[in-house]
Every structure is written in C-alpha cells, then in structure tokens.
Design a protein around this ligand. Structure first.
Ligand code: SF4
Length: 456
C-alpha cells in the first residue's frame, strides 16, 4: 500500500531528528543567521513600528490586489514589457515554453526563484532539451546535488564545506578538498561563460512595483544582474502577492527583507527592472516578460484568515526560529515552502487533504509570529489550518472521533470500561500519533469519579 504524505512526513521527521550530524550542521548555520540578525536589527530605531507599517501596506495591497495588479500591468506594458497571467503552474510553464520556442532557446540562466521551484520549471525545460543553469551559488550547489532548495534564502545551508568540495570534485572535476573561496572562484568561472551564451535569463521577483511598472530584485552575488544583462530575453516569474503600491515602499521593505533574511542592513545588489532595454541603453534584454502566477493564491485570498499569509516577503526568518524546522530540516516538509510559512500556505496552494498534517508540525510557541517582519500571525494561521484539516478528515476518522466524544461526555459510558480497557483502547488509537519515543499516559484502574463514589 502506498504511504500517505503524512506517514512519509512522520517517518522522515523521525529519521532527521535522530541524525545528530544533520542537526549539528543546520544548528551551526542557524546560529550564524541568528548572530547576523541580531547585529542587523539595531538599524531600526523602532522595529515594531516598522513591522506595523509593513503589515499595513501589505494588508491594503492584498485587500486591493486586483487594482494594484492591473496598475502594474498598465505601467509595465507602457514601459515596453509584456505581462502574462497564469492561473496554474501548467499555464506558466506553457508560457515559458512558448517564449523559448519563439527565440529557439537552448540555454537558460536562472537566478534564485522559489516560484520556479513551485512550478518545477527546471525539469520541464530539461524535458524539452533546454539546458537550465542555476546561477545563485547555493542553488547551483543544489542543482549539482540533484536536490531541491533546503531553505527559502539559504538553499544549501545543510551542506558542510567538505560536502560541497566533494560535490564539485565529483560533478565538475574540481581538485579535491578546495576551500570555500576556491570553490566560489571555480563556480564563478563556469557560470560567467553561461551568462554570455544564454538565450534567456529567468529570475524570480522580490517585489512588483505598481506605480512604475517595475520588478525589484535583491541578491548578494550579482548573478541576478548578470542573468538579465546578457541574454536577449528576460522572463520574471512571480506570485501575484509580491505586489507593492509604490517604488517608495522599497525604502522600508528592502531593509526589512535584508535584515530578516540575512542580517544585512541592505542586500548587496538591489535592481529595479522597468521593461526591456530602451534606445541608447548599453545592456539589458530586448524583450521582457513578467509571468503573474496564481496557482492557488486566490484560494488563500478567498479565506479571510489565511489571506494574511499573502503578506509574506519570503525572508525565511520564521524557519530560522522554528523549533520544529531546527530539528527536522527543510526537506522533510516535502513541499517547496518549508517551515511555519510553508505549513500555512502549502495546504491551500495544494490540497488540504494531503498537506493538512503540516499544521501539526508546530509547537505553537509563537516564535515565528514574533519574528515575522510583516506581522503575519503564523501560529494562529496554523491553528486555523488545523480546524480546516479536521473538516477534510476521512469519514471513518470523523466517525471515530464522534464516538470518542460521545463516550467522553457520558460518565456512565466511561465507567463501563476499567483502566485496563481504557489503556488498551488508547494504545490502539493513539500509539502511532503519540510516537514510539514517548510513553502513553496510563489510565488509573479506577477513575476519580469511581473512587469518589466509593468514598462516599
Ligand atoms: S512568514 Fe514572515 S517570517 Fe516567514 S518567510 Fe514570510 S515574511 Fe519571513
């Protein structure tokens, strides 16, 4: 019998939890993030009010999403770009395939983008004979390893420098045991050649700017700029929620994202693309497309509570502080977006029936909510998902819980069974969910009610 996603999740969580080396590596990386974050935070004289402002801007924008998206389209089109609306992942893939066919593309360079992971763009293009090269170093490492990104902003944080050196040796023929600086130089040499040969550059989007029809991209390696400067075509793929009303909002959102993502005051390279190359400009693409992807986001929008998760700016801070993520790591979630935010949005983007269990992957400690730069009440949204998951539970499970509730709310029924029977029923029903490593609580031979009656 095929295992359910929930069973796989529980199995892999157990495995990762007991893998001490894995935990050592991610805890080391997370400690570095935490130190950097603490150093970056003092740049905000009043962080709480910065978060409140960001929350207010995102709330207003998401509540008026249609207006701002159309405004973006109008201005971006006036700038000479083309907007493509994609309701599903397949529509986005078809759009990319169509553009590739038009320009007879053989090589695509990509800068980091979680949305393209969400639609599985790389395997799709490979299946059509098009080479795709990730140019963000962390993503490049993951591509070489044949693994999806591990973390929203640090795709290969679970790999030690020795493992990366070994990977470069095996996959690229690099000398054995190279130090991180030498590995970077090695990758850089390969990637530089790809930029100039590429037919198309594909990027993600950090923010869409409605008032100027612009796409804001923020990165630390310069690969985003190189991916968009040399190729003749630039395709930016983005979720519809990335919109901001104005270019002026970047004054708040860029530092918020940088500090919560990597502890920097501001990310090294911040670019705004407003369409293809204009006459007189020396570089940039001849054509620029923005693919606006829904792929389940309007389902989030339709839910007044879950809608708040659309404020997310993908900084990754909630993953870094989550005690569950710290123990089970990023791949165990088996979804593009891991950690608290992934557990909130994935069941809506995909199927509540299949991914509803992710809402249980939380201690509800609230650390994610506390750290979130745009004030998303993540732990409350996890509770909301738990309620929705109950509605989607199998009929047999619902029936079993009805029986359980009926028995527990009738003292006479409860007293029919002695402690021994209750222990056996509990072991039958809950042993798996409770986990092999924890002892189930034991029922006493006689209940308090029975003892009370006897005493009197
Ligand atoms: S939910 Fe908040 S903390 Fe988590 S990635 Fe999104 S913006 Fe960052």
């Amino acid at each position: 019998m095929l295992k359910t996603r929930k069973q796989i999740f529980i199995e892999q969580s157990r495995e990762k939890f007991s893998d001490a080396e894995h935990r050592r590596k991610i805890n080391h990386s997370l400690l570095q993030s935490d130190i950097a974050f603490r150093k970056g935070i003092p740049q905000f004289s009043d962080l709480q009010s910065a978060k409140k402002t960001a929350n207010h801007i995102k709330r207003t924008t998401i509540e008026n999403l249609d207006i701002y998206l159309l405004r973006f389209e109008k201005h971006f089109t006036q700038n000479g770009g083309k907007v493509i609306w994609a309701a599903t992942a397949q529509e986005a893939l078809d759009a990319v395939a169509g553009i590739c066919k038009e320009v007879n593309a053989r090589l695509v360079v990509k800068s980091k983008s979680m949305v393209t992971e969400e639609i599985h763009l790389n395997p799709f293009l490979f299946s059509r004979g098009i080479e795709v090269v990730e140019t963000d170093l962390g993503e490049y490492i993951q591509q070489l390893a044949g693994e999806p990104p591990y973390h929203l902003v640090a795709p290969s944080m679970h790999k030690s420098k020795e493992e990366v050196a070994d990977l470069f040796h095996k996959k690229l023929g690099a000398p054995e045991g190279l130090a991180p600086e030498a590995l970077t130089q090695f990758a850089r040499k390969i990637l530089r050649e790809k930029y100039v040969q590429a037919d198309i550059g594909i990027t993600g989007v950090n923010f869409l700017l409605a008032d100027i029809g612009g796409v804001a991209l923020t990165e630390n390696e310069g690969n985003g700029r190189l991916s968009t400067s040399f190729p003749k075509v630039h395709i930016a793929v983005t979720g519809i929620e990335k919109i901001l009303p104005s270019v002026r909002d970047l004054a708040l959102f860029w530092p918020l994202l940088a500090t919560h993502g990597s502890g920097q005051q501001i990310t090294v390279y911040n670019s705004i693309f407003t369409g293809p190359r204009k006459s007189g400009e020396k570089d940039g693409p001849e054509r620029m497309y923005v693919i606006l992807l829904d792929n389940g986001r309007t389902r989030l929008l339709a839910d007044p509570k879950a809608r708040e998760s659309l404020y997310c700016i993908r900084c990754g801070a909630c993953l870094n502080v989550c005690p569950v993520f710290r123990n089970i790591g990023g791949h165990t979630y088996n979804s593009t977006y891991g950690g608290p935010v992934g557990s909130v949005i994935t069941p809506h983007l995909k199927e509540m029936k299949e991914y509803g269990h992710l809402s249980q992957a939380s201690s509800l400690c609230g650390a994610c909510t506390e750290v979130c730069p745009v004030g998303i009440p993540l732990h409350q949204l996890l509770l909301h998902n738990r309620q929705l998951a109950v509605k989607h539970a199998a009929r047999t499970e619902k029936f079993a819980w009805k029986l359980w509730a009926m028995a527990c709310s009738h003292r006479r029924v409860l007293n029919l069974a002695g402690g021994h029977t209750k222990n056996r029923v509990a072991a039958l029903l809950f042993a798996n969910a409770w986990g092999k490593n924890r002892k189930l609580p034991r029922f006493a031979p006689e209940s308090f009610n029975q003892l009370w009656k006897k005493q009197r």
